[in-house]
Design a protein around this ligand. Structure first.
Ligand code: GDP
Ligand code: CA
Length: 330
């Protein structure tokens, strides 16, 4: 890979088909960068729906909405979730009635999204169709694809009982030790035709620097989806969500502990596994502070590359996406 020529455009970009597996915020930042470096490519973002829930009568899809708002440029970047310029009048009314969860704010603008989605689902649309109708309002430049149209809910087993992932994360700030994660409904779930089509036709499959357990792990846990990824004729390249032994932000450290995986770039790579060894990865990007693991990962059959991995600006995200793509296409 020639990291010195960042201004070069991606070869055959207009015919390129890229499939990305992504969670919410990490996924959104990576995909913004990818869209910037491959604006003519067909980019399909296969998104975790395990965080979805019914609340106050509406269907909330946190990861789909994080990506949609970020790509539309209407996200609240400072707060890290929801819409910019948000107000909370409806939420205050719901709290006064004791409806919903008092610790899970549904902003007024955000509620517009949830109401539109819920009305279409009630009319019989699939989640894929409802997501496409929401996305049509914005100029996203990618296809936003729920991993499944069947409901899958991530639940967290703790000593204080089992709860929805969002209750563990938002209410308890991931402070209750997670003993295990369960994917309720996964046994009956199927990947959508759009997801299977995107994987079958992909020239590159990229794993965003998303949570390996409750974002990427949940996507791969949909029966048949992991096989569809591995069956792709394209290379599969991931970006480490762990830098220097820490999740930059978010709850990946607490999640990895529950599945007995060390919080390190190398341990997450081995958790996914080398494709030559029955795992997923052909390539893996680690941060420069983790460059010492490059030779060992290479010798285990993953093409490892060290480069700065902080998604601190659009330019940084674009440079990371360009390098991931270069490993996948190189
Ligand atoms: P969520 O669904 O909103 O939690 O978002 P994702 O699952 O897509 O991404 C969350 C994960 O992204 C975190 O657990 C971190 O490990 C990782 N992450 C956050 N910021 C950065 C960053 O700047 N660089 C990299 N490489 N990873 C990051
Ligand atoms: Ca999420």
């Amino acid at each position: 890979m020639n990291a010195g020529h960042r201004s070069e455009s991606v070869p055959n970009a207009s015919r390129l088909r890229i499939a990305v597996l992504a969670g919410g915020v990490g996924g959104a930042k990576f995909v913004r960068g990818l869209r910037q470096v491959a604006p003519e490519a067909t980019i399909s973002v296969i998104t975790n729906t395990g965080d979805d829930l019914w609340l106050a009568g509406v269907r909330v899809c946190p990861d789909l909405d994080s990506i949609m708002y970020a790509l539309a440029g209407v996200n609240d970047a400072e707060r890290g979730w929801g819409r910019a310029g948000e107000s909370e009048r409806v939420s205050a009314e719901l709290a006064a009635y004791g409806a919903g969860w008092p610790w899970f704010t549904l902003g007024d603008l955000d509620l517009g999204t949830h109401l539109a989605r819920t009305s279409w689902l009630r009319e019989g649309a699939t989640l894929t169709e409802a997501t496409a109708r929401l996305a049509a309002r914005w100029d996203l430049g990618v296809s936003l694809l729920p991993m499944s149209d069947d409901p899958v809910e991530t639940h967290v087993v703790t000593e204080q009982g089992t709860m929805h992932f969002e209750e563990w994360w938002v209410r308890h700030r991931a402070a209750l030790p997670a003993l295990a994660f369960e994917q309720v409904g996964a046994d009956r779930a199927r990947p959508t035709p759009s997801v299977l089509g995107a994987l079958a036709s992909a020239d590159a499959v990229l794993l965003a620097p998303s949570n390996p357990v409750v974002s990427i792990g949940t996507i791969l846990g949909v029966p048949g989806l992991r096989d569809a990824v591995v069956s792709s004729s394209a290379r599969i390249v991931g970006v480490s969500p762990i830098i220097g032994g820490a999740a930059v932000r978010g709850m990946a450290a607490q999640c990895l502990a529950a599945v007995d995986v060390d919080v390190s770039a190398a341990a997450v790579a081995r958790h996914y596994g080398a494709r030559v060894d029955g795992g997923l990865l052909d390539g893996w990007l680690v941060d420069t502070v983790d460059s010492a693991v490059v030779p060992e990962l290479d010798s285990e059959g993953m093409r490892a590359v060290a480069r700065p991995l902080y998604l601190s600006s659009l330019e940084q995200s674009a440079a990371i996406a360009r390098d991931a793509l270069a490993v996948a296409l190189g």
